[in-house]
Write a protein that binds this ligand. Structure first.
Ligand code: SUG
Length: 448
């Protein structure tokens, strides 16, 4: 049956900022004191979405979350009306307030894990929002993510939504950032690869020493069970803990897969030689399977982390060729750029590259692949998706006009003390629920 992959890109929220919240994510820590430009951020993201749409791909839009999250501030003991809550939190702990304002839901690779119907025993598409419990600001996401997923994929004949895993480090789950799928084509049965950073229960497996492992083996195993995955459609591998300590906080910072191609760094996996053989052996397609393994003497881990080469998207175009959707930082890094040029000429399906300016997101450690959640859908399943979340030329124009009306072009530390930002943000999202026909997915009340 004809099927295609739809990338649902996170629309950057109006409170996008740099608060240095993600220990282990080098860009987040390095840019902690910078001011942000939410308008530029949302437009950069929309430009990538539009470019994919212009290539003939089906492109989806994933709405931002309502920020600031006042419910969590109330839970933490702050009280009063909206403006009083903001003032009290700003005076008590400005970084906590910034965490409640974080637009981190833009990185929809972390929103959920999705298993397409050819891989599951009940032939339905399964969704589990990630609990993201390793970082406080991200742990605020799963409930709203689930509501958004239900508003986008609202059809129980085709779509199954699971509750996120228990909110505890043992089941730390970062969603599709540690999950990729190999297949002959998007509609054929695939092999889903889950990559974990450490095991919570098995002390024999190595762990990173410095930075946290955000995905556990136990979380990946639970997702395989919940999604009712066929045995042949799952493989679980461990990420190399040494590279986590060098800033590779998700597998998608060191590896990316699409269809019959895996692009990964030489140091991506623990016991890499065996891991790659296991993937080859487990591949269930009949096409040739390509592994493009980038040697350390061509691209160092440091270059991988600063350029985000492996956080490129690999997408199959309608003519059968494969496109690398890379951040501009790869083009600016001469070693990485030279590697890409060689890769395009080598014997593998990747034969085009397009670079994007996603600097606003990149400065928080979010490249092209972080910004998208992949959902492979049959034609029938696609027709059951809320049509308003699929990008068209008209929807793009509406979203650009909406962003220009509501977003600021500069946010600095003191702006978070003023409840005007809260009002602007809630009003923007209220309007967006209508543009994307999402219903009541947010739980804020507009005062006055
Ligand atoms: O969870 N950064 C995000 C970046 C997520 C990238 N996603 C993938 N690799 N798939 C994170 O670390 C920084 C927020 C701040 O510091 O203000 C942040 O949350």
């Amino acid at each position: 049956m004809a099927a295609l992959e739809v990338n649902f890109d996170g629309l950057v929220g109006p409170t996008h900022n740099y608060a240095g919240l993600s220990y282990g994510n080098v860009a987040s820590l390095n840019n902690a004191a910078s001011f942000s430009n939410p308008l530029q951020a949302v437009l950069q993201g929309l430009e990538k979405m539009k470019a994919m749409h212009d290539k003939g791909l089906t492109q989806g839009v994933f709405a931002p979350h309502a920020r600031p999250d006042l419910n969590v501030l109330r839970r933490l003991g702050f009280s009063g009306n909206d403006a009083q809550l903001i003032t009290k939190a700003f005076n008590a702990d400005p970084i906590l307030l910034r965490a409640c304002y974080s637009a981190s839901a833009m990185w929809t690779a972390n929103a959920a894990t999705v298993s397409p119907s050819p891989d599951t025993h009940d032939a339905k598409v399964h969704f589990t929002a990630a609990n993201l419990n390793n970082k406080f600001h991200r742990s605020l996401e799963p409930a709203t993510t689930t509501r958004l997923l239900k508003a986008m994929f609202n059809n129980s004949q085709h779509f199954v939504h699971h509750q996120h895993l228990p909110e505890q480090g043992f089941f730390g789950d970062e969603g599709a950032a540690n999950h990729t799928r190999f297949c002959d084509s998007h509609g054929s049965e695939g092999l889903e690869m889950f990559v974990f950073g450490a095991s919570a229960f098995n002390s024999h497996l190595p762990k990173p020493r410095k930075y946290p492992a955000r995905q556990t083996l136990e979380a990946s195993e639970a997702i395989c069970r919940l999604h009712n995955l066929k045995d042949a459609s799952q493989i679980i591998l461990q990420q190399n803990p040494e590279v986590i300590d060098q800033g590779v906080f998700h597998n998608d910072v060191i590896a990316v897969g699409n269809a019959n191609v895996l692009l990964c760094h030489q140091q991506a996996f623990l016991n890499q030689r065996q891991a790659l053989q296991d993937i080859r052996d487990a591949y269930i397609g009949s096409k040739q399977f390509y592994i493009i393994e980038v040697p350390s003497n061509r691209v160092t881990i440091q270059d991988a982390v600063t350029s985000y080469l492996f956080n490129s998207q690999l997408v199959s175009l309608n003519d059968g060729s494969m496109l690398l959707v890379a951040p501009q930082e790869c083009q600016r890094n001469s070693t990485v750029n030279a590697y890409i040029e060689d890769m395009l000429l080598a014997d593998n399906p990747v034969n085009q590259v397009q670079f994007f300016d996603l600097r606003q997101s990149m400065q928080n450690g979010g490249g092209p692949a972080c910004l998208r959640l992949r959902v492979a859908l049959s034609e029938q399943e696609l027709s059951a998706v809320n049509p308003e979340v699929i990008l068209t030329d008209a929807k793009y124009a509406q979203l650009v006009a909406w962003a220009k009306q509501h977003y600021r072009d500069r946010l600095a530390a003191n702006d978070f003390a003023d409840a005007a930002l809260l009002r602007e943000s809630y009003h923007a999202l209220d309007e967006l629920t209508q543009l994307l026909n999402l219903g009541s997915v947010y739980d804020f009340q507009l005062e006055g």
